[in-house]
Write a protein that binds this ligand. Structure first.
Ligand code: PEP
Ligand code: MG
Length: 559
């Protein structure tokens, strides 16, 4: 038995075989092959596999976003077996004796160039498709595993670290738990693990060794312990703990349908953070009062190219209609920093967390923003939508974003497309600049939602991705809490509501503080709703409000 200590970032106990995430080396080398027939057969097998994968993706897209979304993958399927395309590849392999991956890649480039030189806009758009299809076949030839897991049974997934783009593509039904060498508790991978309700442990360094693959492990996301080859006593103890956690969960179930009200009658809305339309069922299962943060960029991360207006419209519509009359806050695209997307072709930055990201990209590339806003407003006819802009630092950015909303509404009106007239517009407060300027910003919007993950990182100048910063990264730091109080006061002075959608919202040690400063809404991962409701219902803010607020502002506070 080997016991490894990491840092637990998503609670729960999981047991299963350890499996290392497969990340392929996608470098294409050009070589001559001795056996041309065997190479051709290798291509045909990869082509068949690509067609199969595309069929599965088409079905998934159809279920999640409708026929239009599925069509993209069906077009790719047809392209993969296009006779001209196949003939060009056959010539390269059988005629010239070049290896399949080099031939497919070069043929993809040639066809893409040919399509983009055509006059017809539809044919030009096929250029990206043929590149995409070729890329898929090349990945298969190079041994890349779709979604990083090729196992018939669910596994505890080990990796050095996982990028958000990798995490969103994982086959969730195959994952019992996560163990990563690096990472941090407020990274998006940890956030996704919590949303999925899967135990996760980070920061194990090189202690989880490749030779452990296939062996039984138990992970305890509460304590951060990873046990390889557990002995009987340890297995029994951890499985008993799992039972206990399940029992506690069952007790919390009794809180479903009950209000989030303190003993002294203060209510607070408890909403959920989600990353894709399928997460809505866990919101409803856990009795979330609404969606306080839909990270729309995960839709973009799941795609190989810019998601179209219709694709996005279907996804937003699904969330809104599944949530019925409950409020849904959809955040506009927040890429950049750790959420990188290849097809955006963003220049590499020295310091991406402070670079061209989120609303900055949207304002610099208005066509991308416009497509998303059109999809959002169209979807607003199907539910109760609030739109939220991330990474704001200045009033002019908000004014420019609002102007684009007005333009989009005008366009839709002219086209006779229905949309809701009462869509609230809000901003995230996740930079110190926005917090300090919240008195001015409050005059521009209908609500604030504090993104404490970034607000902590920027206020304390501590990279949220860097687990080694340890005690320096302290979201309880009085500077962060004072900013939250300032934001709440400015919101209320201007008659707008204020929420918290960063991970701190679920931190039960701070619930009393948040209630004391008058936070109106807390948006947390779906499984955190009922524990938070329990905490709220046990709290009497009369007893602590004055003391907590005084402590916050006191010059005696321990820093
Ligand atoms: C935040 O910064 O607190 C937030 C909610 O946004 P994200 O974690 O996606 O950056
Ligand atoms: Mg953020």
């Amino acid at each position: 038995m080997i016991t490894i200590q990491g840092k637990g970032v998503s609670t729960g106990v999981a047991v299963g075989p350890l499996y290392f995430y497969r990340r392929a080396d996608l470098t294409i080398r050009r070589t001559e092959v001795a056996d041309k027939e065997a190479e051709w057969a290798r291509f045909k097998a990869a082509q068949a596999k690509a067609i199969e994968q595309l069929g599965e993706l088409a079905e998934k897209a159809r279920a999640e976003a409708g026929d239009e979304a599925a069509m993209l993958f069906e077009t790719h399927q047809m392209m993969a077996e296009d006779l001209d395309y196949e003939e060009a590849i056959e010539n390269g392999i059988k005629g010239e004796g070049i290896n399949a991956e080099a031939v497919v890649s070069e043929t993809g480039e040639q066809f893409a160039a040919m399509f983009s030189a055509m006059d017809d806009a539809y044919m030009q758009a096929r250029s990206a498709d043929v590149k995409d299809v070729s890329g898929r076949i090349v990945s298969i030839l190079l041994g890349a595993v779709q979604g990083g897991i090729d196992s018939p049974v669910p596994v505890v997934l080990a990796a050095d670290d996982l990028a958000p783009s990798e995490t969103v593509q994982l086959d969730k039904s195959k994952i019992l738990g996560f163990v990563t060498s690096y990472g941090s508790g407020s990274s998006h991978t940890a956030i996704l693990a919590r949303t999925m309700g899967i135990p996760a442990i980070i920061g194990v360094g090189d202690q989880v060794k490749p030779e452990y693959e296939g062996r039984e492990v138990i992970v305890d996301g509460g304590t951060g312990e990873v046990v390889v080859d557990p002995d009987d006593a340890t297995r029994q103890a951890l499985l008993a703990k799992r039972e206990q956690l399940l029992k506690r969960q069952a007790l919390l179930e009794q809180l479903k349908g009950k209000p989030n009200v303190t003993k002294d009658g203060q209510t607070v809305r408890v909403y959920c953070n989600i990353g894709n339309p399928e997460d809505v069922h866990t919101v409803l299962e856990n009795d979330g009062g609404g969606v306080g943060l839909f990270r729309s960029e995960f839709l973009y991360l799941e795609c190989d190219d810019y998601p179209t207006e219709d694709y996005q419209f279907e996804a937003y519509k699904k969330v809104l209609s599944d949530m019925g009359d409950k409020e849904v806050v959809i955040r506009t695209l927040d890429i950049g920093a750790d959420k990188q997307i290849d097809y955006f072709n963003l220049p590499k930055e020295e310091n991406p967390a402070m670079g061209n990201r989120a609303l900055r990209i949207c304002l610099n590339r208005p066509e991308i923003f416009r497509t998303q806003l059109r999809a959002l407003y169209r979807a607003s006819a199907y539910g109760h939508l609030c739109i939220m802009f991330p990474m704001v630092t200045s009033v002019w950015e908000v004014k420019e974003a609002k102007k684009m909303c007005e333009q989009v509404k005008k366009e839709l009106t002219a086209e006779g497309i229905p949309f809701a007239e009462d869509v609230q517009l809000g901003i995230m407060i996740e930079t110190p600049a926005a917090a300090v300027m919240s008195d001015r910003l409050a005059k521009e919007v209908d609500f604030f939602s504090c993104g404490t993950n970034d607000l902590t990182q920027y206020t304390l100048a501590c990279d949220r991705q860097n687990n080694d910063l340890g005690r320096f990264f302290n979201p309880h730091h009085p500077s962060v809490l004072r900013l939250l109080k300032m934001v709440a006061d400015n919101a209320h002075k201007n008659g707008i509501w204020v929420g918290i959608c960063g991970e701190l919202g679920a931190d039960l040690e701070l619930t009393e503080t948040f209630l004391s400063i008058g936070i109106d809404e807390l948006s947390v991962s779906p499984r955190a709703v009922l524990p938070l409701r329990q905490k709220i219902r046990e709290t009497d803010v009369r007893q602590c409000r004055e003391k907590l607020v005084n402590d916050l502002l006191s010059d005696q506070t321990q820093i």
